[in-house]
Design a protein around this ligand. Structure first.
Ligand SMILES: Cc1cc2nc3c(=O)[nH]c(=O)nc-3n(C[C@H](O)[C@H](O)[C@H](O)COP(=O)(O)O)c2cc1C
Length: 187
């Protein structure tokens, strides 16, 4: 079920017009004024910054998107290669798909990983392609109301050798999904 949903999300975004017809980012209201006498050398312009203790060459994050299907693995690999070259941070899609696969839910069962669980987890594993980037694992905060605890949060980070965890807060999306997690009490 999760694999089907992840694949659908990718195809909807790749094949359908998902942009808002009227709503914009508002960025069209801003125009950069050309500075004709900048008094600097372009080579001296340094966009580097430090975020969560990690150096980024550019203050950009590839937001959390995907994992859990073979297609998603290819996308994560390409994004990781790009992030490594550009020196930007990257988020992986929700690791729920990997954690809910038999054999990966708790630390104790690490040794008995089946090929199926390895395959799902591998669609999120990109460290071999991007050893230096700031990498975020990802889980839905709603999962904390559906049986996930600190152990699963740690597992998500360990599974992909991430530096940090993003907990996504998406009650509207969950409310619109057929089998969404709609219990946000005490989250
Ligand atoms: C195909 C797809 C899958 C996504 N999956 C996740 C996810 O698993 N976890 C998450 O926190 N955000 C997820 N997002 C949301 C993005 O991280 C981002 O917040 C959202 O796309 C809005 O940013 P944008 O307008 O720049 O695309 C997903 C977005 C897309 C397009």
């Amino acid at each position: 079920m999760l694999e089907k949903r992840k694949s659908e999300h990718l195809h909807i975004n790749l094949e359908q017009d998902v942009s808002f017809p009227d709503l914009t980012t508002g960025l069209e209201d801003y125009i950069f004024v050309h500075n004709a006498l900048p008094e600097l050398a372009l080579a001296d312009v340094d966009l580097a910054t430090t975020f969560l203790g990690k150096r980024l060459r550019v203050p950009l994050l590839i937001s959390s998107m995907t994992g859990g299907t073979p297609e998603a693995q290819r996308i994560n690999y390409h994004l990781a290669e790009g992030a490594q070259v550009a020196g930007m941070a990257m988020g992986l899609g929700s690791l729920r798909a990997a954690l809910e696969t038999p054999g990966l839910r708790s630390t104790a069962s690490l040794a008995v990983r089946s090929t199926a669980s390895l395959a799902v987890a591998d669609t999120f594993r990109i460290r071999h392609l991007a050893p230096d980037i700031l990498l975020f694992a990802n889980l839905g905060a709603a999962q904390l109301n559906a049986g996930f605890s600190l152990d699963e949060c740690r597992r998500a980070v360990e599974l992909v050798e991430a530096d940090a965890l993003i907990l996504h807060l998406n009650p509207l999306q969950e409310a619109l999904l057929v089998d969404g997690n709609t219990d946000w009490r005490g989250c």
